[in-house]
Ligand binder design. Sequence first.
Ligand code: GLN
Length: 481
Amino acid sequence: MNLKISALEYVQGVKNGDISAEDFVAQTMDRIKSIDNNLCAFLSINADAVIQAREIDKKIKSGKKVGDCFGMPVSIKDNICIKDSKTTCASKMLENYISPYDATVIKRLRQQDAIFVGKTNMDEFAMGFTTEFSAYGPSKNPWNQDYVPGGSSGGSAVSVGAFECVASLGSDTGGSVRNPASFCSAVGYKPTYGLISRYGLVSYANSIEQIGPICRTVKDAAFMLNMISGVDSNDNTTIDSRGTDYLQDIECDIEGKKIGIVKEMTGEGTDPAVLSATKDAISKLEGLGAICEEVSVGMTKYSVAAYYTITATEAGSNLARYDNLRYGYDFPLEGYEYNSYIAKARRNFGPEVTRRIIIGGFVPSAGHAGRYFLKALKVKSKLTKEVNELFKRFDFLVSPTVPVLPFKLGEKIDDPVSLLAIDINTVTANLTAKPAVSVPFSNHNGLPIGIQLMADSLQDKSLLQAAYALEQTVSLPEVPI
Ligand code: GLN
């Protein structure tokens, strides 16, 4: 059986009777068993996946109504709750945590008869860029296993890129869906803030983060958006998008669309191979009739600093609950006074999370807030103003998703500041609440390069149309695994 098909091909195949959900899921699980020891995309596996797929086949045979996913095997980042299964956030702190409820996205996929094959590896609490900050060891890039897969949703991107599932859900606070998608040659979609419920997503920086699909094709991302988006009474930041079908009319031409090439995201610090792929993407877009013009987003130079100030502040507050009393290990209180008990508990965090919590305690504190946190909020609002102005004149903004090529495991782990800088092209969409997508575009010596398109708030449908158009201009090599 060919496991390398898209989500839509899978659905069509099951509908036609050419594919049995049980066979497909069984072979997917076999593939995970045979290759994931090396790739480390998964932190846990659903032992009942094949049985659940069998039930779907039975439902189909008996003529019962079946959900639109038809038993499609989907992987889920390990910071999204699935009832009665582990949600570790790749942290020692939550090693034994079992979710008591389903996240809204899980509930919706379940209603549509998706099958969750397992929970995917990530940087601890979604803080990082390479998946090397996982407490359970890094995931490997399927294109070259000496290289990082990107992060923080690295396991999700690897599982899609290495055909260990058909589609995946990740979370994107500053690029964590788009970056690993770009490094693993997958499509990564970060929707407009509020389009997808965050209920059941373990919060890192909840004012800017979104769950997003990582898929093989742009059409699959649109399909996943159809499955999971929309208003949710459990998340009052959600937007009512009912009635929008992201797949319908996706094959729409982009002739006459105006695209801004962001100067600050295509300049200094961009790898020459990435730059040349970006130029190629721009000429392809022009070839499709789009009008491309260089634009400037001046606040970009402060965006990463503002992003880390805001996210560390929110993380400091969101992660206060991991104190062994509410969440964490259940070790006896005897022999400790309050502070030493909490201090012992919080030593379970890894180095990157610890750094963020320390910064998150400092930057918003009395006497410092004006210098750091309030300034960061000013950058956020100025950046939003700038981007909003641009979207009065342009339909989309284009840039490379990541300024560099995938790099070797261990290469940057001792230099966390250099890792932070890699987010330069992705954080703007989060800080301004805009939708953005990474489209696999090129391959340099076996290493994938993704192109990012960004659109104005709630223009997700037209963004997917443009991404689809760009996707059709390329033909990429197959992953060597
Ligand atoms: N690299 C960024 C960070 O560490 C992005 C993470 C994310 O989007 N979850 O915060």
